[in-house]
Design a protein around this ligand. Sequence first.
Ligand SMILES: Nc1ncnc2c1ncn2[C@@H]1O[C@H](COP(=O)(O)OP(=O)(O)O)[C@@H](O)[C@H]1O
Ligand SMILES: [Mg+2]
Length: 415
Amino acid sequence: MSKPTQQDPQPPSTDTGAGSVLIVEDSYATAKIISKILAGEGYRTFLAGNGREALDVVEAEDPELVIADWMMPEMTGVELCRRIKDDPRRESIYVIILTSLAGRIEETLGETVRADDYMVKPFNKSEIVARVGSGMRVARLQRRLRTSLSELEHKQQELLVAEKMAAIGVLIAGIAHEINNPLAIVSNAHQLLERDFGKVLELLSYIEKLELPETIRSEVARHKHVCNFSFLQEDVADSLKYGFKGIDRISAIIKRLQIFQNSDFLEFEVRPVDAALEAALATLPPELLERSTLDKACNARQQVRCNLEQLTVVLVNLLTNACEAVKRTGGKIGLFTRDEPGTVVIEVTDNGYGMPEQVRQRVFDPFYTTKKVGSGLGLGLTTAYYLLKIHGAAVSIVSAPGRGTTVTMRFPAAD
Ligand SMILES: Nc1ncnc2c1ncn2[C@@H]1O[C@H](COP(=O)(O)OP(=O)(O)O)[C@@H](O)[C@H]1O
Ligand SMILES: [Mg+2]
């Protein structure tokens, strides 16, 4: 084709217009005729002189329909069609192959070429208008189907997570309740043991202070030696200490799990989100913020229906994670709010260590943590997710290793 490929000058149309068509022809005259016919029907047309140029236009303009001549220099229309159909982003483009040989028709629509339709040259105006019209309808239906499918998949994914979290919530509430009673028994028994062992020691030291005959005195000393009393004394004290530590950790876990138990009784009020932001920042241990600079911009004017205490818990959990992510190297954490129509957005960001995709996918799972044993409970985001759901808020996380993390929460604005 003698002219460079470009959009043929016509009034632009939108997606709601007749549609966009790429004409790939090495004969400029033929391309121009087709373009003129289609432009007369309201189509937006692009021209390309060969397959390679056509792929550039496909990439840049994403036409809904392609008319490609079979025989062209550099890349045939058949090869072009195969490349288009092999690209999952472009497979819904409707491809019509132009051929001069009626005998190639079956081949055109067969496995190897995968064109959607064909036209045998020479063709007349009404034929091309009819073929492009029906092709465009199919292409648009396919596009709509693809969009609906991906929306459906997204919703299904959300639903799966929501169902999983609801089931987990019930399970956790049950476990927390069941563990609480035996934990109280163990805790009381430990306190009694500590007290009683102290009394045994007191009794022993009282006996030792008595003026006893030397034989009894040495017999007591011998027994103390035989049972390795000084080791025993230390060992019991250590065992009690570790026992208490364990009890405290279980209590801390149960306390955090109780959020799942009490959510039915939460009271909600209409508040600006800033109140929760301030409360969260005041609650955060100051040493956590030591290695980070806080960037804060509260631009939300709409209010949300919330339980301030629980919303504060959510923000504390997210801010804690953000601070921990920048702790080693120092960095920035951000707390931002803004209005969107009918929605209040809160964002917690950090430029810390970030997380790979396989971690990001699991962060809401209960007890999932990548922190060293004893430092992370793996419940911060599980709790946050659960509480956000109670608020009717959606949460999404974008993260990249070494770059940082952004947690975005979208709350329905209160009327
Ligand atoms: N801001 C963040 N940056 C990097 N990783 C994060 C961030 N927030 C959460 N994570 C990852 O998600 C995991 C789970 O977080 P969380 O539920 O709060 O539990 P925990 O903080 O106790 O580990 C963390 O162990 C960490 O791997
Ligand atoms: Mg955490």
